[in-house]
Structure formats: C-alpha cells, structure tokens
Write a protein that binds this ligand. Structure first.
Ligand code: FAD
Length: 354
C-alpha cells in the first residue's frame, strides 16, 4: 500500500512514522526543507497538559490527551528503533504547576473552582500545594504562596523530536521537501497513492480540501520567546495566572526556557509586538529575578489552526484524509489523531482485501 502525507508538522510526522511501522510505503511532501521547519510544531512549547485544558476544552480533549501522554514514551522508543544512532528525545512526566501572584489571588480561586467543578474525574491527579510544599518542590518559586500541582502533565523537547524524526523519515520514507502542494495537486495525488493524508496545519486555512462538517478552520496567533539562562532552575512547566492571560515558562534541555504564549484570533504572522514582548518577559522576571540575566535567543510567532469547537478533527473524502484543528494541543493530541489516521488506512485496506 502507498500513502502520501502532505505536511511534516506534528500530525504528518506522527502519521508517517506510524504508517512506516505498519509496513506502509510512505511519501512525504513538505513545503519547507524538512530539516529547517517553519511551522507551529517548531514554534510551540511541547507541553503535554491534559488537565489544564479541561477548563477550556471539552472532556474528550483531556481523555485523548491523557492517552497521548501515555503514548509518547512508546512513540519515542519506536523512533529510536527506526534510527538507533540518534540521541534520545527529551521527555519528562514530572507534572506541571499553576501559580498566581498574591495580587491575582482571585485568578487562583477561580482556577480552584473551575478545576473542582470541571475536573471531578481527575481530582486525584491534582494536588493543592501549600507555600511550604511548593517551595520544597520548586524552590525558585519562592514568590508564590500556593500552587496547583497537575501530576499527570508532561513535556517533550519539540525541536529534538523534529530533528530526530527528520533523520528517521529520511531513512524510511520518500521525501519531497521544499515543495508546496496545491489543493488540486493534493487531489491528483489520489491517482498515484492509495491514500493521501492532508496534514497542512494552519496553511490549509482558506485552502481546505473539502468542507468540514465542523466548520471552517481559523487561525489563532501565538507568540513565544526563548531564552538561555543556565543559572536558573525550574524542574517542570509553570503557568502564571493573570486576569488577562496565563503565561507559561517551560524549561528545555541545555538551560533554555520557552515563555509563552499569546493567543490572538488572527492568522497574521507579523513579528512579535512590543506589548507581547513586555508581558512575556516581565512575567518571567517577576517569577524570579534570576531570569534578569537570561539571554534572549529568539521571539517567534506561530499560527494554531482550530475549528469552531477547538477540537481536532479527522474527516475523509475521496481517499483524502484531512487531519487538522489541533489548536494548542498538537503534541498532546497528535498521538490520538495519528492513530485515527493509521486505523482508518489499515481498516479500509483490510475491508477491501476481505
Ligand atoms: C505559540 C504556540 C505554542 C504551542 N504550544 C503547544 C504546547 O505546548 N503543547 C501542544 O500540545 N501544542 C502546542 N501548540 C500547538 C501545536 O504546535 C499545533 O497544534 C501543532 O503544531 C499542529 O500540528 P499540525 O501538524 O496540524 O500543523 P503544523 O505543525 O503547523 O505542521 C503543518 C506542516 O504542513 C506543511 N505544509 C503546509 N502547507 C503545505 C503544502 N501546501 N504543501 C506541503 N506542506 C505543507 C507546513 O510547512 C508544516 O510543516 C502551540 C502552538 C503555538 C503556535
């Protein structure tokens, strides 16, 4: 069986790797050079936060997300088997913390109320930490008096995954990168392949393959800043609540931290604004002045593709499987979405053979 995958972001890569593992011949088409990604996957923070998302997303996002968190170590192991020479991709499941400054304690009270009502099934996975407990767990958060500890949450190094999966894909798939596939070309590919997977992410906004029952895609702009601060210690992602927004600080390997992310209903990729820069960096500095000497490495902008209900969707028409709308949950939901794609391809094939 031959499958074409269009788009090498989170969805395209995970689907391609899973199909390769099932013995399917995969051809991957990507707009940019595979080793120099320019997509939401590259910009993103790589957090896997199913419990935090319960407040804003339907329960199925949390359920599929928890499943995704459990899948990642297995997926990374499979990746290692495809290319044993590679360095392992950083993954850790040490939970995440949500805090608020004293002046914003009403935000924390709201969080407590939201999680108590919306996350009843997951109450055992949430610890409400006192000042002492918080400072023992994460000493650099001494400016905060309480925290919510979301124990099943995890993180991975998204850029390491992109680098390592590039090597594995180059060895096991036919790659056509630096090639933008138009919607008509995408449809033409169905003449050459048994299945075509459309995983174009935000690039599909306004250029969709077929009208999706859950409505059109929209873009949600996100800005992040990456700093290097080897002297700072933070063992897990931290979200700082604020009446206007929640800003997270995510530790990465090598003393790097990602601070993000803004959320604006727009597909504009213009550079980060002064306002967002000030908000992100002032939060970083207020969390702990140890960040004052952090070196700013980059400020980047990514577009999250989302459907109206903010839930990812997989839909099929004329041998094209469209998988999109992963919004701010691409890493979290990617394994479940890739699984749906692979299941569909394999199931339909066995039905045809039968
Ligand atoms: C600032 C920010 C922070 C985020 N943080 C997190 C997080 O912490 N955790 C989390 O789970 N999610 C996070 N996300 C969301 C996550 O990055 C996305 O949900 C995910 O990347 C979507 O995956 P995708 O494969 O659909 O799209 P993408 O990752 O954007 O990939 C789409 C790919 O398709 C290629 N392409 C597009 N059009 C064509 C074409 N015509 N021909 C060929 N190739 C094409 C693109 O070049 C790109 O490589 C964040 C997003 C942003 C913007």
């Amino acid at each position: 069986m031959k499958v074409a995958v269009v788009g090498a972001g989170v969805v395209g890569r995970l689907a391609a790797l899973q199909l390769v593992n099932k013995g399917v011949a995969v051809t991957l088409f990507e707009k940019t050079p595979l080793s120099v990604p320019h997509n939401a996957a590259h910009v993103s923070a790589g957090m896997l936060c199913p419990i935090s998302e319960i407040i804003h997303a339907p329960k199925e996002v949390a359920q599929m997300g928890l499943w995704g968190v459990a899948q990642w170590p297995k997926l990374l192991q499979q990746l290692q088997l495809l290319d044993p020479q590679q360095e392992p991709v950083f993954f850790q499941a040490k939970g995440s913390l949500v805090v608020a400054f004293d002046a914003d304690r009403q935000c924390f009270a709201q969080l407590k109320s939201d999680l108590t009502t919306k996350a009843t099934d997951y109450a055992a996975n949430i610890d409400w930490l006192t000042e002492n407990e918080l400072h023992q767990l994460e000493p650099s958060l001494h400016n905060f008096k309480q925290a919510s500890f979301l124990k099943p949450e995890a993180q991975l190094c998204n850029r390491a995954f992109l680098a390592v999966s590039t090597r594995a894909l180059q060895q096991h798939c036919v790659i056509y990168d630096n090639q933008e596939i138009s919607v008509s070309k995408l449809q033409q590919l169905t003449g050459e392949y048994d299945w075509v997977v459309d995983a174009r992410g935000a690039n599909a906004i306004g250029q969709e393959h077929h009208q999706n029952p859950v409505g059109p895609l929209r873009g949600v702009r996100g800005e992040v800043i990456r700093v290097h601060c080897p002297e700072a210690t933070l063992s897990r992602p931290v979200r700082v609540l604020h009446p206007r927004h929640a800003i997270y600080i995510v530790p990465k390997p090598g003393g790097e931290f990602v601070i993000g992310a803004t959320e604006v209903e727009s597909s504009s990729e213009h550079n980060i604004t002064v306002k967002s820069t000030l908000e992100l960096l002032s939060t970083l500095y207020s969390v702990n002045p140890m960040f004052s000497e952090a070196r700013v490495l980059e400020a980047s902008v990514g577009i999250r593709a989302a459907y109206l209900d903010n839930v990812p969707n997989v839909s099929i028409r004329q041998r094209v499987i469209v998988a999109n709308g992963l919004y701010r949950h691409g890493w979290l939901m990617g394994p479940a979405i890739a699984n749906q794609i692979v299941d569909h391809v394999i199931r339909r094939e066995s039905e045809n053979i039968a």
